[in-house]
Design a protein around this ligand. Structure first.
Ligand SMILES: C[S@@+](CC[C@H](N)C(=O)[O-])C[C@H]1O[C@@H](n2cnc3c(N)ncnc32)[C@H](O)[C@@H]1O
Ligand code: SF4
Ligand code: SF4
Length: 323
């Protein structure tokens, strides 16, 4: 049987974080749990062996780890491509230089959740917009490739075009667009950040239209939860949580039915190869349309993402009208 290598594996290397963002699915900052340095190195080894294209180091805030340079240097040593997602608040020019020495090939993703400080700071906390913009500039000046990370929510979707203009001015190498899922602290703050299905449909249509409009001028990395492409959870994407459980996507963390296994008991290749779990998203996902995690969060079932159903239905109608 052909070996199926994951495209992207998110590796949550800490739950420690100086921020308390309203939407944070992993409730970062409420615990400082993290795998040891030896465990982090072993996970990187296993992901490399499994043929993982990109390891996305997430958290919590990855830059809170004292051994972050060691981990990144190790990824370079074994020739594993890595991305680091960061809120940018701990980044200084000196740290950027150290990071460059440790691993010059890191792709950075800096979270900025609005085109204005008002919007971004509402979700991420006061001063976060300014600090993230400054981090982005420092990383660019140091010669790193940097994308910005935008999570669409009820407060920020209308300023997405303004956001694209701002990121173009800042010279980012791309914009990664994701969608708010009411999980963790996000569930506590759903009244502020979530929307009714018909409003989500309007928001996603708007965001997708802006993406098409600027597709020649900016590189977009659009999550399936926004584009309506088939969900990759458990197929080409997995997440490794701080306790080293493997789940198809990080948003499934609170529902034990989706735990595929633990790296404290089995190797990544064993877990990934067999894809165990009460409900395997790899097989069930084929019957479903939309973001399985959003559906689960809203309905307790993985196949009922009304927003993407609506989006695809409208796209189909538009296609038919053109014929
Ligand atoms: C958990 S953070 C960890 C890395 C870093 N601290 C940061 O904020 O970029 C990783 C990404 O998940 C996003 N995220 C957090 N909670 C989310 C939620 N409920 N729905 C969708 N994305 C979320 C963040 O905005 C960020 O882009
Ligand atoms: S989203 Fe990132 S910066 Fe915000 S609390 Fe969670 S881990 Fe921290
Ligand atoms: S469950 Fe949703 S957020 Fe996770 S990979 Fe699938 S579409 Fe993306």
């Amino acid at each position: 049987m052909k070996k199926l290598s994951p495209e992207i594996v998110e590796f949550e290397i800490t739950l420690s974080c100086p921020l308390r963002c309203l939407h944070c699915y992993c409730r970062a900052g409420e615990s400082n749990e993290q795998p040891s340095t030896a465990e982090a190195r072993s996970v990187l080894d296993q992901l490399k062996k499994a043929g993982t294209r990109y390891v996305d180091l997430v958290g919590g805030e990855p830059l809170t780890r004292e051994d972050i340079l060691e981990i990144l240097a190790y990824a370079r040593e074994i020739n594993q491509s890595v991305m680091v997602n960061t809120n940018g608040v701990l980044l200084s020019r000196d740290l950027a230089k150290e990071l460059k020495k440790a691993n010059p090939h890191i792709l950075f993703g800096v979270s900025i959740d609005g085109a204005t400080p008002q919007t971004c700071d509402l979700v991420r906390g006061r001063g976060t917009f300014e600090k993230a913009v400054s981090a982005l500039q420092i990383l660019k000046a140091e010669g790193f490739k940097v994308v910005s990370l935008f999570v669409v929510n009820a407060l920020n979707w209308e300023e997405f075009e303004e956001y694209v203009h701002l990121m173009t001015t800042l010279g980012v190498d791309g914009i990664y667009v994701d969608r708010f899922i009411p999980v963790g602290r996000g569930a506590d703050n759903a009244k502020i950040l979530d929307m009714e299905s018909r409003d989500w449909l309007k928001a996603l249509k708007h965001v997708n239209a802006i993406i098409s409009k600027y597709a020649n001028a900016m590189r977009f990395f659009v999550e399936e939860s926004v584009s309506g492409e088939p969900c990759s959870a458990g197929k080409t994407h997995a997440s490794i949580l701080v306790d080293l459980r493997v789940v198809p996507c990080g948003h499934f963390r609170y529902d034990q039915r989706f735990t595929m296994g633990s790296l404290r008991e089995k190797s990544f290749e064993e877990i990934w190869g067999t894809c165990p779990g009460l409900i395997s998203t790899r097989s069930r996902g084929d019957e479903c349309v939309g973001c399985l995690a959003y559906s689960l969060a809203k309905t307790g079932e993985i196949c009922m993402d009304e927003v993407i159903y609506g989006l695809l239905k409208e796209k189909q109608l538009e296609k038919e009208a053109m014929v």
